[in-house]
Each structure stands twice: as C-alpha cells, then as structure tokens.
Design a protein around this ligand. Structure first.
Ligand code: HEM
Length: 409
C-alpha cells in the first residue's frame, strides 16, 4: 500500500520534475527561467508525468513537420471524458485536432479567406476599427488596456469576418475566456460544468448563424463553407467555432504582451511611433520573445523517431515553442528584445508544418496596426496598477492591464 513516506516522496519528486511547471499554479509563474532549466537537462527531457519535453528549436521544427507525429487531443493525453454529450468543441473537434488527409480537406475550404491578398484588402477596415476604439477612449485618463482595447479589436475583426453582429461581442468574450482556459485541461468539476454550458451556448449560437446564412447566402466565411457543399453540420460548427476562438483569444495577447514589451523597451516604442517601416520587425520580436501560445503537443505514431531514436507509438511530445524561440543556437542573446534580429521571423509562435497558423498574416497585421495606433494616440501610456495574468500556461498574456494616459482631445 501507499505509505505516507512514499506519498511525500512521490509528491516531492513531482515538484522537482521538469514537467511539473505545467501543473503548478499559474499566477506566480514566470515560465522563461523554467524553460531554461529544462533546456539545461538536454534536447529531449522525459517527465514523470509521462511526456517528453522539447525546447530545442531544430527538434521542435522537425517534430512539427514530421508525418510520423499526429495531433494530441486532450482525450489522448490522459484527460477524463468530459461528457460533452455530442456538443461540438471548436478546438478539439476542428481541423486543428485532425491529421491529414481529413485536416487538409477541411483547411483547404477556408484557407482562401486568409491569403496575403485577402488580408491586404482588409487593412483599411482594420485601421478604421482600431481608430474607432481609440476614439472611444478619448478624454479617459485611466482604463483597462485589455478589456477596453486589446480584446475588443480582434473580436470585432473576427466577428466581421464571420458576420456576427456587434451586440454579441460581450458574450463572445466570455466564451473565449472559458475556452482558452480549457486548453490547459480541466482543474475542477466546476470548470467542466462551465465549459459544458459555454459549449452549449456557442453551439446554439453558431447553429443559428449557419441557419441565417443558409436562408440568405453571402460570401463571408460561413457563406464560403456552405457554398463548398461538402461539410457536415458538425464540421461547419467546429470550423466556424475554431476561427472564432483562434481568431481572438490569441491576438488579444499579442497586443497585451506587445504593450508590456514596448513599455519595457522605450527605444523600440519610440521607433514604432516614428517609423511605420519598423512596425513589422517590432511585431516579430514581440511574437518571438513573449508568445501568446507557449507550447503545443504531438503524439508519436508508428515508426516515429525523436533526435534519431525510436519512440513508441502513443507518446506525448510537448513542443515548448516559446522556449525554442529562445534557443541560443538560433537566436543569439535570446532573452534580449532586439527588433534588429535578422531572423526574428523564424520564431515558432505560429507553430510549423501542416498546422502552421492559418491566421498568422491577419494576426501580424492586426498587432502592428493596433500597437502603432495605440502608442501614437497615447505617447505617455504607462501601467497604473496590478497586471493580472490569464489563468493558463498555454495561453500567455495579461487578463487585466490598468493603464494611465494623458488624453489629447
Ligand atoms: C493554428 C497561434 C492568431 C486561426 C495555430 C497554431 C498556433 C497558433 C501555435 C498551431 C497549433 C499547433 O500546431 O498545434 C496563433 C497566435 C495568434 C494566432 C500566436 C496571434 C498572435 C490567429 C488568427 C486566426 C487564427 C487571427 C484567424 C482566424 C488559426 C487556425 C489554426 C491555427 C484556423 C488551425 C490551423 C491548422 O490546424 O491547420 N495558431 N494564432 N489564428 N490558427 Fe492561429
């Protein structure tokens, strides 16, 4: 039987396990020193929690591009059955969690909406949305940068893309927060109940949007999916839900992390305001040094190799992409914020291989426009209180960021 001594020893071992950072309370945790401790242990670090941890840039890239690895949905990584009773989960049931060829079929239907050209056509609209939200802050000298700006921009933009009316944005924000927190796995029965309730609302909501589009066809995202004619109802729900959730729960954190990075780096902030040509490089460096998505996982399939050695099928490999972004072999002096790095764009914040973020172009454009306009409007923007972080280790960014500004009317 389990003696007290064994239990204490087991607990102690777990606390010292390289994978334990993934189960520690999130609020107090600065993940970057922890990644360095894992990096120091080697290229492939086994955790007693059962998975293999990878911080090495080349190795992360290899695994993400290797067909001998597949996606690793929560149900495959030891999470309990959530009893979702046929509800469609916009992340787990979407092509984000499908392997080729199913993945390729579904991705191909929506990818034409995210080409560089399609993004270019939306630029003016995005600038107008950002300016409008900044206008609404005129005359204020304190506000929550996340709630009143960083979260509103991407929600408005993705809702525009999906044809969702403004009145629904607030509900959307709440659903997004619950979904983003669920990526870490379920911490309690209360959280499971909350997720189930959220999914029910989201499913009903998306089903209604799809029905509207059926009645009145148009050429926005849902319209395109319907016009394709090959998608099942569940695929329609999952894909529109994926675009919605992926479209804003990440970009809000690019803007939030970007504000924090620029406040800590006044030279970059001045350049962002003065030189429009510097925007892209600054956004890439923000994405590299403080990614909204910190890591992802893959499951080994038959015949998989890792760093040249065979791995049994069904092993979870955790790709710490935020750590790969600080691999000194690829990014010299990796902890320094330096927009002049020639290769910042090679960061792995948008993943790699077949699941490379479909919205990367949109996110880059939104981030650049939002950050530049914000600091142009409020040159003396500063933090005015405690920064509260998101309740997640996968999704990183401020949940509340009180700031003070001197408003120019
Ligand atoms: C996939 C990050 C913004 C749509 C991904 C993946 C990452 C990621 C890491 C792949 C996960 C994996 O390989 O396991 C981000 C970040 C964003 C962002 C950091 C913002 C800074 C967006 C936006 C959209 C979007 C604005 C627009 C709708 C998607 C979709 C996928 C995806 C559809 C699934 C791709 C696939 O499985 O083939 N994103 N994303 N993302 N992202 Fe993004």
């Amino acid at each position: 039987g389990i003696t007290l001594g064994k239990a204490v020893l087991g607990w102690f071992r777990l606390l010292n396990d390289p994978g334990a950072m993934l189960i520690r309370p999130f609020q107090s945790v600065d993940p970057y020193p922890q990644y360095e401790r894992i990096r120091a242990l080697g290229k492939v670090v086994p955790s007693r929690l059962g998975m293999l941890l990878v911080t090495d840039y080349q190795l992360c890239n290899e695994v993400l591009r290797d067909p001998a690895y597949g996606v690793a949905p929560n149900s495959e990584v030891g999470q309990p059955d959530l009893g979702l009773d046929g509800l469609v989960h916009p992340l787990e049931d979407s092509f984000l969690f499908r392997n080729p060829p199913e993945h390729s079929r579904l991705r191909r239907i929506v990818s034409p909406l995210f080409t560089p050209r399609a993004m270019h056509e939306r630029q003016g609209r995005i600038e107008a949305i950002v300016d409008d939200f900044l206008d609404q802050l005129a005359g204020r000298d304190e506000f929550d940068l996340v709630g009143e700006f960083a979260a509103r921009v991407p929600i408005k933009i993705i809702c525009d893309l999906l044809g969702v009316p403004d009145a629904e944005h607030r509900r959307m924000t709440q659903w997004g927060t619950v979904l983003a927190a669920s990526i870490d796995g379920m911490g309690s029965m209360g959280q499971v109940r909350e997720l189930r309730a959220t999914l029910r609302e989201l499913n009903d909501f998306l089903a209604a949007r799809i029905a509207e589009h059926r009645a009145e066809p148009n050429d926005d995202v849902i319209g395109r999916m319907l016009a394709d004619g090959t998608m099942t109802e569940a695929e329609l729900l999952a894909t529109s839900g994926l675009l919605l959730a992926a479209g804003f729960e990440t970009t809000v954190n690019l803007i939030g992390n970007g504000v924090l990075a620029l406040l800590a780096n006044p030279a970059a902030r001045a350049r962002l305001v003065d030189d429009p040509d510097a925007t892209d490089a600054i956004v890439e460096e923000i994405l590299r040094i403080d990614p909204p998505i910190q890591y992802t996982a893959r499951l080994s399939l038959d015949g998989a190799l890792l760093a040249g050695r065979p791995v049994p099928a069904g092993k979870v490999v955790l790709l710490l992409t935020a750590a790969a972004n600080r691999d000194p072999a690829v990014f010299p002096d990796p902890h320094r914020f330096d927009p002049d790095r020639p290769n910042a764009r090679e960061h792995m914040t948008f993943s790699s291989g077949v699941h490379y973020c479909l919205g990367a172009g949109l996110a880059r454009m939104e981030g650049g426009i939002a950050l530049r306009a914000l600091f142009r409007r409020f040159p003396d923007l500063r933090v005015a209180g405690t920064v509260q972080r998101r309740p997640s280790r996968v999704v990183r960014g401020p949940l509340r960021l009180p700031v003070r500004v001197t408003s120019r009317q």
